[in-house]
Design a protein around this ligand. Structure first.
Ligand code: ADP
Ligand code: MG
Length: 348
């Protein structure tokens, strides 16, 4: 190690991963895809095995003052399964590792596991192991998801072609607005502890942040429509960031149209109340866990008018860069300024 000290902030999350892993090259013939996608892809006979891991830390990824433990357990599983679906795969097992301090009771951990078990049931996965250790403060949950995919169907971040359509499932920005409502009520509670939280009318966006679902249904739908996306990623950090990941992996540019962005009406109303631009919430909010993928133009007819799928743009030549075309026709360069875990200062 040299004398020089570089702050983590200088690289950011993505820069740090690149920096630490750029010299790591797979040596095993069975490693089909190592670092750099939503899940690793491993040779496993007839199919490929998929492995993905994510860690959630108290004070960084969740705030227990407004997050029920059973929802947290559910969400911790879901965010991992989302990465397996993003490979066009089917999750089959998970492992769960916990770091906990004596602040937590047995009953609290039972709540967490209630949520974990509920997610396992809904998504038909088995919990097959894990680890339990102590922490000086706070709760940490690390989950690994293991899945399987037909070799013909595996879908990477790379693989998109110029002029292909960029499609997103569901709607965007809801989780971020849900978070804003929870943070607002937390701030109110701090100044007036007897006040009842005002969460009425916000069910949808609160569910988006507290108890999200992974788009298993969209993977089933794509199978039924006989569509194999040419590239795919799940939206954990925000649309802008993930669209750039797809474009970069495929050595392309990407163009997104503001007027096409799917937004729920509650998301729009709350954003306006908070003086936030709904488009910014959709582009950079993060935690929506929707699927973003590309298909050839010729397959448009198959998804046209489907309520769960929206064409929001297209892939372009690399020279175009990463552009958002606003309602007034202006082009704005997109930045990957999504949910950057290392820089996140708004929670906890
Ligand atoms: P996602 O948002 O889909 O979970 P990430 O942005 O967390 O993906 O990770 C991108 C890629 O980098 C993945 O292939 C992941 O396995 C890999 N990765 C992340 N952190 C590390 C690390 N500390 N060491 C090695 N690989 C890592
Ligand atoms: Mg992912």
């Amino acid at each position: 190690m040299s004398e020089k000290r570089t702050e983590l902030e200088e690289l950011g999350e993505f820069g740090l991963i690149d920096h630490l892993t750029s010299m790591i090259k797979p040596t095993q013939a069975s490693t089909i895809k190592g670092i750099g996608d939503d899940a690793a892809v491993i040779e496993a006979g007839e199919d490929y095995l998929l492995i993905s891991t994510d860690m959630l830390m108290e004070g960084v990824h969740f705030d227990l003052s407004y997050t029920p433990l059973k929802h947290l357990g559910y969400k911790a599983v879901v965010v991992n399964l989302s990465d397996i679906y993003a490979m066009n795969g089917k999750p089959e097992q998970i492992t769960v590792s916990l770091a906990l301090s004596n602040r937590f009771s047995v009953e609290a951990m039972e709540e967490l596991y209630f949520g974990i078990r509920a997610a396992c049931k809904v998504y038909e996965v088995d919990l097959v192991g894990g680890d339990t250790t102590t922490s000086q403060s706070g709760l940490g949950i690390s989950i690994t998801a293991i899945g399987r995919v037909d070799k013909e169907k595996v879908t990477y971040r790379a693989g998109a072609k110029e002029n292909e359509l960029l499609v997103v499932s569901g709607d965007l920005g809801g989780a971020y607005m849900g978070l804003q409502v929870l943070e607002r009520e937390k701030a109110v509670f701090k100044t007036a502890p007897t006040a009842q939280p005002d969460l009425s009318g916000n069910d949808y966006i609160l569910e988006r942040i507290l108890k999200p679902e992974a788009r298993k249904d969209v993977i089933t739908l794509l199978g039924e429509l006989d569509i194999k996306p040419t590239s795919m990623i799940d939206i954990s950090d925000g649309l802008a960031s993930e669209a750039i990941h797809l474009a970069r992996a495929s050595n392309l540019g990407v163009v997104i149209y503001e007027e096409k962005l799917p937004l729920d009406t509650v998301t729009i109303t709350r954003a306006q109340e908070f003086n936030l631009d709904p488009t910014t919430c959709a582009m950079n909010g993060g935690e929506d866990y929707e699927l973003l993928f590309t298909i050839p133009q010729g397959e448009f007819e198959r998804i046209k008018g489907h309520p769960d799928l929206t064409v929001i743009g297209h892939m372009s030549d690399q020279a175009v860069g990463y552009q958002l075309v606003t309602r007034s026709g202006q082009q704005i360069g997109m930045k990957a300024q999504g949910w950057d875990a290392l820089l996140r200062k708004d929670i906890g």
